[in-house]
Unconditional design. Structure first.
Length: 333
């Protein structure tokens, strides 16, 4: 256990591009994390949970290069109103986003997120909600989602990575997304969906509306000095995801919880307090029978090095991202 914990210590520091643990004096201990930073952290956790619950199956490519280093997450909320006051348009300050990201970051992933407040659709039926990017009054279709009356208070996410990359290449200060119903041919028909954080009520309801979650984009960026320095393989599927027991010999999962303060002695990571660093163990004999390059390489290795050990082992089928909030001195990351 101790050797594995030390390996995890080194891996986390490596992914954060830290040569050693940040030294924190008593004066630099942060007791209260800014609300804006907690909002970014919570939004990232919610996005990860949503993606884990609704995985997108992609063809397995092996080997494949993946970014090794940790990504920075930035949250940008929509401007209060659209340029023409339309309630189904989402306007963003591209100049502000570009300034925040700077020149030394490359955009890795961008998610547009919004929480539905009211869905006025007949019970038992569905309608298709379409997302468009609007540039100089020209609309371009991006994605769609099926919406039902049961989705009030639910979050919607759209991958808008390429759209934001395109916008950042232009000199326009603001850009918009537009939501449309696929089967709506009547422009005078009221939009059947109300999104939290878009309206500006007056009077007593104004403070309540101010605290509602606004539509926003989460931008995951990778500093330029952290690209291309490391490689990893896409996880292979295991024979089983069973939990290890004392009698387990085949591939199984062993539970390992890491408490950042108790196990690593770290006070500079503020959220979360720890995480499950579960790992796979056990033999994976079926690899020898597979007709692929991996098994051929292992066979050649055993032939030329009969005294060496090259027993294949199982690896995770699913790897989850770990959002963290940490400080180097008084600077949050």
């Amino acid at each position: 256990r101790r050797k594995r914990i030390e390996a995890i210590r080194g891996q986390i520091l490596s992914k954060l591009r830290l040569s050693k643990e940040p030294e924190i004096s008593e004066e630099e201990v942060i007791d209260i994390i800014p609300a804006e930073l907690i909002s970014v952290y919570n939004s990232t956790v919610e996005l990860n949970e949503e993606q884990a619950a609704n995985p997108v199956h992609q063809p397995i490519e092996d080997p494949v290069e993946e970014e090794y280093y940790a990504k920075e997450v930035h949250k940008f909320t929509t401007l209060t109103t659209s340029l023409d006051g339309t309630p189904n348009k989402l306007r963003f300050n591209i100049t502000g986003i570009s300034h925040k990201l700077g020149l030394n970051n490359t955009v890795s992933q961008v998610e547009l997120r919004m929480q539905l407040q009211v869905v006025s659709i007949d019970p038992g039926s569905e309608q298709r909600l379409e997302l468009y990017q609007v540039t100089r009054n020209i609309s371009r279709y991006l994605e769609s989602r099926f919406i039902s009356s049961q989705m009030s208070d639910k979050w919607l996410s759209f991958d808008v990575t390429q759209t934001l990359k395109d916008w950042l290449q232009r000199n326009e200060a603001e850009q918009e997304f537009q939501l449309k119903m696929a089967d709506s041919c009547n422009p005078q028909k009221p939009f059947p969906i109300k999104i939290k954080g878009l309206s500006r009520p007056r009077g007593d309801k104004a403070p309540l509306a101010e605290n509602m979650p606004k539509p926003h984009i989460l931008v995951m960026s990778l500093p330029l000095d952290g690209q291309g320095s490391s490689k990893s393989r896409r996880k292979r599927q295991t024979e089983t995801d069973r939990v290890c027991t004392d009698k387990s010999e085949g591939c199984c999962v062993r539970s390992l919880y890491i408490d950042f303060r108790k196990d690593l002695g770290w006070k500079w990571i503020h959220e979360p307090s720890g995480y499950y660093a579960n790992y796979c163990t056990g033999s994976c004999s079926f690899v020898w029978a597979s007709e692929n390059k991996y098994s051929q390489v292992l066979a050649l290795y055993r032939h030329h090095n009969p005294g060496a050990s090259a027993q294949p082992c199982c690896v995770p089928q699913v790897l989850d991202p770990l959002p963290i909030v940490y400080y180097v001195g008084r600077q949050h990351k």
